[in-house]
Design a binder for this molecule. Structure first.
Ligand code: NAD
Length: 270
C-alpha cells in the first residue's frame, strides 16, 4: 500500500536553513529521501551543514540568499529549477529578533526603537511573504506543493518584551490562513499552506533572553520551564515529525492550520 509519508525525491527548500532549527530539519529530511536546498546568509556555515548531510548519504546543497530581497530569491528559484526541475516544499524558517524591538523590564513602550521594530516585522513577515510568492509559482505550474511557515507561541498570546517579534508571528499565522484559502480557491487543492508553531527551543535568536553566559536559565528561562507541562525546552529534532507530516500526502486534506509543537506550553493555564 502507498506510504502516505513517502518524501523520496521531494525537492525541499528551507530558508534560514543555517539556523539551529532549520539545520536539524534539513538533515532529517535529506536522510529520509528529500532533496534539500538550504537557503541562508552565511555561506561558510551553510556549505558545512550541506557537506555534513551529503557525507551521511543525503542530497543537500547550500545557496546564499536574503529573504528580504526579491531579486535574490528569484535567482535562487531559477537556479533550483534549472537543477532539480521542480519545487515541492518550501519551509519558511528564516526569522529572528532585535534588541530594539523588545522592551526589557527596566524600560517601557516609549523605548521601543521603531527602526528595529520595522526590521523584525520585515524579516519575519515580509521575509515569509517574498519566498512564498516566488516559490509558489512553480508549485502552481506543477499543480502541487506544500508551504510551511514558522509561527510561534507569541502569535497565540503576545508575551512580555518581544513586541515586534510577536506582532510579526501573529501576522505569519494570519498570512498562513489567508494563503491556504487563496491557493485552494485559485489554484486547487494541490497547493497547501500550513504553519508550525514551535514552543521554546534554545537557539541563537533567544539564547541571551533565556540563558545566562554560564548556561543557567535566566528568570525568563525559568518562567518558560514553569509554563511548559513537560518541564523542559524542546530539542530541534522534535519538530521533524510534524514537518514531515505537513509536507507529505499524509496531510493531503490539511491546509490553513498552525501545528503546535510545544510540550504543552500553549495548553497550560495554571
Ligand atoms: N527557537 C525557538 O524557540 C523558536 C520558537 C518559535 C519559532 N521559531 C522560529 O523558527 C525559525 C528558525 O529559528 P531558529 O530558532 O532556528 O533561529 P536561528 O537564529 O538559529 O535561525 C534563524 C536563521 O534565519 C537566518 N536569517 C536571518 N535573516 C535572514 C535573511 N534576511 N535571509 C535569510 N536568512 C536569514 C539566520 O541566518 C539563521 O540562520 C524562525 O522563524 C524563528 O522565529 C523559533
Amino acid at each position: 500500500m502507498n506510504n502516505l509519508f513517502d518524501i523520496t525525491g521531494n525537492v525541499t527548500v528551507i530558508t534560514g536553513g543555517t539556523g539551529v532549527l532549520g539545520r536539524a530539519i534539513a538533515k532529517y529530511l535529506a536522510l529520509n529521501g528529500a532533496k534539500v536546498i538550504i537557503l541562508g546568509r552565511k555561506a561558510d556555515v551553510g556549505n558545512k551543514i550541506a557537506a555534513d548531510i551529503c557525507a551521511q548519504g543525503g542530497v543537500c546543497e547550500f545557496m546564499k540568499t536574503d529573504v528580504m530581497d526579491v531579486a535574490v530569491v528569484k535567482k535562487n528559484a531559477e537556479d533550483i529549477l534549472a537543477k532539480y526541475g521542480r519545487i515541492d516544499t518550501l519551509l519558511n524558517a528564516a526569522g529572528g529578533n532585535m534588541p530594539g524591538a523588545t522592551i526589557p523590564p527596566d524600560k517601557t513602550f516609549f523605548d521601543l526603537q521603531i527602526e528595529h521594530f520595522q526590521t523584525v516585522l520585515d524579516l519575519n513577515l515580509t521575509g515569509t511573504v517574498i519566498p512564498t510568492q516566488v516559490f509558489l509559482e512553480p508549485m502552481v505550474k506543477q499543480g502541487k506543493g506544500s508551504i510551511i511557515n514558522f509561527s510561534s507561541m507569541a502569535a497565540f498570546r503576545p508575551m512580555t518584551r518581544v513586541a515586534g517579534y510577536a506582532a510579526a508571528k501573529a501576522g505569519i499565522s494570519n498570512f498562513t490562513a489567508f494563503m491556504a484559502t487563496e491557493c485552494a480557491k485559485k489554484f486547487g487543492e494541490g497547493i497547501r499552506v500550513n504553519a508550525i508553531a514551535p514552543g521554546f527551543f534554545l537557539t541563537e535568536q533567544n539564547r541571551s533572553l533565556l540563558t545566562n553566559p554560564d548556561g543557567t536559565y535566566t528568570e525568563r528561562g525559568h518562567d518558560v520551564i514553569r509554563q511548559t507541562p513537560f518541564g523542559r525546552m524542546g530539542e530541534p529534532e522534535e519538530l521533524c515529525g510534524t514537518i514531515h507530516y505537513l509536507m507529505s500526502d499524509a496531510s493531503k486534506f490539511v491546509t490553513g492550520t498552525v501545528a503546535v509543537v510545544d510540550g504543552g506550553f500553549n495548553a497550560f493555564a495554571m
